[in-house]
Design a protein around this ligand. Structure first.
Ligand code: ATP
Length: 309
């Protein structure tokens, strides 16, 4: 039996002025899939995610006969250049996690997670942020699920980047989101926090059957966590299939020189950077990952020396 499509994107294009950012993008996701969205910087990943959440309107159709729309749960959220009336209701079933700015800095973590309930609350309690005991309990349960319940009373501004991302995921849990769309949720995290966030998304996908679409800068994460990957280049889908096919050779054939951006750089380049004292660490998160790998190598060498002595 074919799984139910939960998201259907048809012939979606998006231009900002003369700059076409998405070009006739079509794909669908079935309930329970975990799909990576990859592409070099500027390929249109964030724009695509924003159009799915109806935060950015899509372009009107150019050719008659190729209707452009985005459907969630069998209802249009965008159609032919317009966000539909159903959008507000549909958005409450979609959890969106951004790369940054996920939390209100002055509110406690608990309150930040409770905000996920706003879309399902009546106007007065929602306006004044009155949450019931049951709602706070459900927020605490979500915080436990993502492993940060002990920080519930800290302000959003006091949390680390990884904790903030986990809080954003907890918010999608209290929201009862059926699909999570995450826009580079690990881009500014160190490798262990990045893995933690990806582990949580994978766990929600497997155990709760929540559909996940996650945009990622590094293909390694897509290969490790997402059975299927959609690859964008210049606003077009250039690959949609099993992540296991995304070998360096295949990506190089798809992207040419741009493919280098999608892989973690070799460890040696960081070793050289450290030895020469060069100041340009291209990406702290990536560099930290390689430093951790170097530390592991050193520990292994020291361990071997110890055994041999
Ligand atoms: N509101 C906007 N107005 C004008 N141009 C925009 C706007 N939003 C995005 N763009 C342009 O659209 C292109 C795609 O941007 P987008 O953020 O979708 O790419 P991306 O693949 O997510 O990149 P990155 O990995 O660097 O975040 C870029 O050239 C960007 O400058």
């Amino acid at each position: 039996m074919k799984a139910e499509p939960i998201l259907v994107v048809r012939h979606v294009s998006k231009s900002f002025g003369n700059c076409q950012v998405l070009d006739d993008v079509s794909f669908s996701l079935s309930r329970g899939e975990m799909v990576g969205l990859i592409g070099a910087s500027g390929s249109g990943k964030s724009t695509l995610i924003r159009t799915i959440a109806a935060l950015t309107p899509i372009d009107r159709e150019k050719d008659k006969g190729a209707p452009c729309s985005i459907h969630l749960f069998d209802q249009a959220i965008q159609k032919n250049g317009c966000v539909t009336r159903a959008a507000a209701g549909l958005r409450s079933r979609v959890g969106v996690v951004f790369q940054q700015f996920n939390l209100v800095p002055r509110l406690s973590l608990l309150m930040n997670v409770c905000l996920g309930l706003l879309g399902r609350m009546s106007v007065i309690p929602a306006t004044f942020g009155y949450f019931t005991q049951d709602q706070k309990v459900s927020a605490m349960t979500a915080l436990k699920r993502v492993g940060i319940a002990e920080h519930a009373l800290k302000r959003g501004s006091q949390l680390s980047g990884g904790q903030q991302q986990r809080a954003a995921i907890a918010r999608t849990l209290v929201q009862n989101a059926e699909i999570i769309i995450a826009d580079e949720p690990i881009a500014s995290l160190d490798p262990s926090s990045a893995r933690r966030v990806m582990d949580i998304l994978a766990d929600l996908n497997k155990r709760d059957n929540i559909t996940v679409l996650v945009s990622l800068h590094q293909v390694e994460y897509a290969m490790r966590y997402c059975p299927r990957t959609i690859a964008l280049k210049g606003g077009k889908i250039i690959y949609d299939g099993p992540s296991s096919a995304l070998t360096p050779e295949f990506l190089s054939a798809l992207y040419g020189a741009e493919s280098e951006e999608l892989f973690l750089p070799p460890i040696e380049s960081y070793a050289a950077t450290i030895q020469t004292g060069a100041k340009s660490m291209p990406d702290a998160a990536v560099a930290n990952g390689h430093l951790a790998a170097l530390d592991q190598q050193r520990a292994a060498i020291n361990g071997a020396r110890h055994l041999n002595s």
